[in-house]
Structures are given as C-alpha cells and as structure tokens.
Design a binder for this molecule. Structure first.
Ligand code: MLT
Length: 394
C-alpha cells in the first residue's frame, strides 16, 4: 500500500484552517480582548425569509408519508435547475436545464471537476488566487503554471500566446484581489482557449458583487465560451448559504474535445460519486430566485457593499493602496511600512485585535498584501475600520 504522496507536496494545512488555529490561540490567550474577524469570507447575515419559509415547508413535506422524498436526482431537482436557467436567461444567457448541475458549493466542484481531466494536462492558475485551485491540482500531481496578477496588470492577467496551457482557471471577481474582468477581456481568454483546445474553469462565486457596467457576471456573456468554459456558481456569498451548502456548475453541451462531451462525463462522474444536495436545501435555493428572494438577498448584499465602502474609505484616508471593494466583498490592501503579509497579520491581530488574511497565502504575488472581507456585521466592520485607522494613522 502506498499513499498518494502528492499530498506531501502541499503545505501542512489549508490556509483558512491555519488562520483559524492562530486566531483561536490568540483569543484563548487573551480572553479579555474582543477579536474582530475579517479573515475568512464567511457571511454573517441570516438566510432570507423567503428561503427559510421554503425550507420549513420542505421539512414538513419530508415528515409526511404522502410527500416524503428519498434519493433525488444527483444533478439536482428540475425545479431548481429551471430556476437557475431562468436566472441566466434574464441576464441574456441561454442555457439548457441539463447543462446546469446543482452542487453543494463551488469549492467542491472546482476540485471534483479535475476527475475529468488527464493528469498530463498543464494547468494555468493566476497568482494570487483562491488556494483550492493549486492545492487540488497538486494533490492530483498535475503540472501547474502561473499567470502573474500584479499591481501593474491590475491583478488581471491576460493570455500569453507563448504559454501552453490545457486547463485555465479564472476567478472573477477575483478572490482575493477583487479585480473583475470585463466582457472584452474575457473574450481574449475565450479566443485563446478555443484556439488551443484548452478548457477554462471559470469561478463566478462572487458574480453578484459586480457593480460596474461592462464587467462580466458570467463567462457565457462572451460568444464562443460554450465551446471552452465551465462555470462554477455558489449561493454561499450571494444568499448566505456558506453553512447551508448549495451551488451550481454549468457544463455546456457544446464543450467537447476529441468528440467527447464534457457534460456527459460530468453527469457520469456526479451520478457515481455524488448523491445530490438535500431536497430541503434545494427548495431553499429555489426561493432565492423568486422576486421576494431576490429582493431580500439584495438587501443583505447592500449591507456587505456598505461594509466594503467603510473599509475602502478607511484605506483612502490612510493613503494605503488597495484594490477590490467595488465589485467584490474583498479589499486587497498593500501592507503598510513594507511589512510582509504574515508580519502584518500578527501586527494587526496583536495591536488592533483584527483578523485578516495574509496575501502570501494566495500565492507568491500576494506577498506584501493583505485581504479584508466585507462580510462581518456593520458594527464589527465600523469598529475594525476605526481600529485600523487608529493603529495605522499614527
Ligand atoms: C475565502 O475566504 O476565501 C472563502 O470563504 C473561502 C471559500 O469560499 O471556500
């Protein structure tokens, strides 16, 4: 017996577990201190009333012999796939319901999708970016190439004809930098991928935060994307489902290589390895797409957007360079005084009792940067901004 030794190439623990451990140790050592957590991007506002009501109704159905349901379709109930399809249609993107696969969130699918691809493929991953892309490819033993996202290119790397990538990850609005691609910029990636026969894995978990005109919410806003892209969406950040778990992945029928349909492979994979999302959760997710659900989640998102403005205003006052906040719940700031990311993490935790995420945890280009999230409560965000102002303004 041999373990998969690729795991030994990973850092010992996942970024956010590492941070949680350090913060818990600090909190245990300083029980008198009120620690403000702006580290992991976890939402704090409750589920929308329309979602709660739909779930309660579904619970009652499950407790009644006449309406009880056992195993559901692995790829999601028709009612939810149809609601997602209609949501895309309202945004001008035409999909078939069976191109939509309901999942327990984007994180799982972003990793699981790799089952479909040969280990010999070269993978292109922006740096910095959500660490799951790199870690899951390292686990599989795949060769990883990096596309530099820097202050110079606005943290939005563009395709380089000289780079021979087979699988390309794009995350827009980006975690952690908050930078978001325009439809025109994505068009260049789509052209590059179609020309090479590569596949784009497009993480749209933060699409709902896009506020500026001309920026894409879906890669399928670009013509030609259906022959080269898979899109991952999540209700975690948009509708407060981080603990409830529900997302969806779009695998177009037109995405084929060597005559093989990616949609068919994914269906085969999911029906074999996944038993679907709970009926109760899917009913809650369906309610997100109703007019009442949409209005209610927008009210919550408005709170997070205001939080992002509070943090941005604080950094503006301090004259600290940052990106994000406008089309994203993340603020990506330069560490003050030339501190490295972990040094600033410790400084902020110890001196202001505020937790953020060290930029270096997202890749080498993240060194010297730091991520704050807008998902805390309004009160905590206001207090954190005040503490940061006080600490860094002196
Ligand atoms: C983050 O903080 O980057 C996210 O919450 C992680 C995730 O969505 O898994």
């Amino acid at each position: 017996m041999k373990f998969n030794e690729n795991y030994l190439k990973l850092k010992e623990s996942y970024l956010f577990s590492d941070i949680a451990r350090r913060v818990n140790a600090f909190a245990a050592a300083h029980p008198d201190k009120k620690v403000l957590r702006m580290g992991i991007g976890d939402v704090t506002l409750p589920l929308a009333p329309a979602v709660v009501e739909a779930m309660q109704k579904a619970v009652a159905e499950m407790g009644d012999k006449a309406t009880f349901r056992g195993y559901g379709p692995e790829q999601g109930y028709d009612f939810l796939r149809e609601a997602v399809r209609a949501d895309y249609a309202r945004r001008g993107v035409t999909l078939a319901a069976d191109e939509i696969f309901v999942s327990d969130g984007a994180k799982s699918d972003v990793g699981n999708i790799l089952d479909l691809f040969d280990v010999s493929n070269a993978v292109l991953i922006p740096d910095p970016v959500y660490p799951v892309y790199v870690d899951t490819n390292v686990m599989a033993g795949r060769r990883v190439l990096f596309a530099d996202a820097t202050r110079e290119n606005g943290f939005l790397p563009m395709p380089d004809e000289k780079v021979e990538a087979d699988i390309i990850y794009l995350c827009s609005p980006n975690n952690p930098t908050g930078a978001a691609y325009s439809v025109e910029q994505l068009r260049r990636w789509v052209e590059y991928a179609n020309a090479r026969g590569a596949v784009i894995l497009y993480d749209a978990a933060y699409e709902r935060f896009v506020a500026e005109q001309g920026l894409a919410r879906s890669i399928f806003e670009v013509e030609g994307a259906k022959t080269c892209a898979i899109e991952f969406c999540s209700l975690s950040k948009t509708a407060g489902f981080t603990g409830t778990r529900c997302g969806y992945t779009v695998v177009p029928h037109a995405l084929k290589r060597g005559g093989i349909s990616c949609n068919k492979l994914w269906l085969r994979r999911q029906t074999t390895k996944f038993n679907g999302v709970a009926y109760i959760v899917q009913r809650g997710a369906e309610a997100v797409f109703t007019p009442a659900g949409q209005a209610q989640i927008e009210a919550n998102l408005a709170v997070y957007r205001r939080n992002a403005q509070r943090l941005s205003a604080c950094l503006d006052d301090l004259g600290i360079f940052y990106t994000g906040g406008k089309n994203s719940p993340y603020i990506w700031m330069q560490c003050p005084g030339g501190m490295d990311s972990w040094k600033f993490f410790d400084y902020l935790l110890e001196e202001a009792n505020v937790v953020g995420t060290p930029g270096s945890g997202f890749g080498k280009n993240g060194e010297g940067f730091f991520r704050l999230t807008a998902f805390a409560s309004e009160e905590a965000t206001e207090e954190a901004a005040g503490r940061i102002r006080k600490l860094l303004g002196r």
